[in-house]
Design a binder for this molecule. Sequence first.
Ligand SMILES: CC(C)(COP(=O)(O)OP(=O)(O)OC[C@H]1O[C@@H](n2cnc3c(N)ncnc32)[C@H](O)[C@@H]1OP(=O)(O)O)[C@@H](O)C(=O)NCCC(=O)NCCS
Length: 195
Amino acid sequence: MEGIYRDELITLRRMKDCLEDYSLLTKWLSDPSVAQYYEGKSKLYDMEKVLMKFGPYARGEERVIPCIIEYQNTPIGYIQYYKAHPDEYDESKVVDMTKYKNTHGADIIIGETQFWNKGIGTNVIQMMIRFLFENENADIIFIDPQTWNKRAIRCYEKSGFNPLMVAKNRELLDDIPKDSLIMAITAKDQPLYLL
Ligand SMILES: CC(C)(COP(=O)(O)OP(=O)(O)OC[C@H]1O[C@@H](n2cnc3c(N)ncnc32)[C@H](O)[C@@H]1OP(=O)(O)O)[C@@H](O)C(=O)NCCC(=O)NCCS
């Protein structure tokens, strides 16, 4: 399906295996002000690196489903979701994962920086939550911002995610291991994000 979710302002659509979409990712991930929230300012992407990483996703060769965020029909960012393994996030076994049969994860980058801090990220995350619960039958969704990324954490909290635990050294930023805050929302938390 081309469009996965839309409202009057925002459309989430599948990323395509085409130059146009790879160019968008290249533009965003070659910008140091964006890359500092991804793999680090010293880890800028060029087209070749984008094709290596996102090509298999766009061609459906991996479990990650890549999507482009459009705001008033203009591409402004990237969001991906995927079916996750039950122990992929909950390393410390905080959650009784036997209660969940359909675990998902998601990640987001608004690549056009002038669209940060306007509530768009929260709207997009809420759309994705709704899509995963309603269309993909997810029963729990995880997200794992690095602990220093207070804006992302606030955005996910506002969207209904609950903090679960800190996972030490989960990701590299400029080759330095960083801790992540593991957050989750379950289908029974749904009233939270509908508020
Ligand atoms: C993280 C991201 C998706 C959030 O989307 P957004 O549209 O900018 O966020 P929103 O405007 O919906 O919400 C941001 C909230 O964080 C708050 N905030 C902003 N900067 C903050 C900071 N330094 N410390 C604490 N809170 C902060 C805002 O005030 C707002 O909360 P409020 O509504 O209670 O005032 C977006 O900023 C982004 O893509 N950033 C770059 C990439 C990134 O960090 N991705 C996430 C990786 S886990």
